[in-house]
Design a protein around this ligand. Structure first.
Ligand code: DON
Length: 303
């Protein structure tokens, strides 16, 4: 398949849409991003890597980190996590508090903020350093030791993280945190504040296209676990827009408010697009348009 040509097609589609939404400003350190900046990269299971636009430029990965923290917990700790967090789409915004009270501190899924806080807690217990283990995984899979946590973004998240603090305290009040709220939030903000490029993320997400096998050939997840992570990505990875995303794109994916979207073509490749302006659900307008154009032009999707 002529991937470079299809990536250029996707970039043209993205340029028509990019910049139409709004850059996330509830984390002030993200507010200065250029709304219509764009990049896209594809990493195949056979080792090809292609990119267009600013595909080597690092950006704040934000909630895309939740995919990696979940995979690391499942790899280290098995299925025990699923007694503490559900697997159903929420239908509510990613930072919503409402379901948590009705559902007694068990978050609906691992990708909304409440669920990711529980995953981070579990990863902290399993590894002693949740954010470093996410960082180490990204560096290893991408081969890029320059990937790092942006301390200004982490500090900005902490200073304005009242909703996440509320979620974490509420979860703790139901006995669903093992570590202190302070430690869990610090680790959660740190892994959300990792800066990485489309190329880095496509390489780091490739284990989900390879049915759970890492870049060095070692198995991280069983193929069944990789299938399950992809299923939760499809149903929950783009929050209350997951239905619309599945309809338009037809791939499992995880978005972040830094404007990145990492999508998986099982058995074939991982694809990451980035453009900072977001729609109302918090998904990048340009990145979703690009990935939609790619799957439409290539005919590659899970459906
Ligand atoms: O906790 C937050 O709100 C951010 N660190 C991450 C949110 C996010 O990326 C949601 N994605 N669309």
């Amino acid at each position: 398949m002529n991937y470079p040509e299809f990536l250029r097609t996707a970039m043209v589609a993205a340029h028509r849409e990019a910049g139409k939404g709004h850059v996330a400003d509830y984390i002030p350190a993200l507010a200065g991003a250029v709304p219509d900046a764009f990049g896209m990269a594809l990493a195949t299971v056979d080792g090809e890597l292609h990119g267009v636009g600013n595909w080597k430029e690092p950006f704040s990965i934000q909630s895309i980190s939740k995919l990696f923290s979940l995979a690391l917990v499942l790899a280290e700790g098995g299925n025990a996590l699923w007694t503490r967090v559900g697997r159903e789409p929420s239908g509510t915004p990613f930072n919503s508090l409402v379901q948590l009270e009705a559902e007694r501190g068990i978050p609906r899924n691992p990708f909304i903020n409440a669920g990711a806080v529980v995953v981070t807690d579990r990863l902290q217990t399993l590894t002693g350093d949740a954010s470093r283990s996410v960082l180490g995984f990204l560096r290893a899979e991408s081969g890029n030791p320059g990937i790092s946590i942006d301390p200004a973004v982490a500090a900005s998240e902490a200073a304005h993280g009242h909703r996440n603090a509320a979620l974490a305290h509420f979860i703790a009040s139901h006995g669903n945190l093992d570590n202190t709220v302070a430690v869990v939030l610090e680790e959660y903000f740190a892994h959300c504040s990792i800066s990485a490029s489309c190329g880095d993320l496509a390489l780091a997400g490739r284990f989900l296209a390879s049915h759970g096998v890492r870049a060095d050939g070692t198995r991280m997840l069983s193929s069944t676990e990789a299938k399950r992570v992809n299923a939760v990505l499809l149903t929950c990875g783009t929050y209350d827009a997951a239905g619309e995303f599945a309809y338009r794109v037809g791939l499992p994916a995880k978005s972040g408010v830094g404007g990145g979207v990492l999508a998986i073509l099982p058995g074939r490749a991982a694809l990451c697009a980035w453009s900072p302006a977001l729609d109302r659900a918090g998904n990048s307008v340009g990145a979703v348009a690009a990935i939609e154009a790619f799957t439409t032009a290539t005919g590659l999707s899970i459906f």
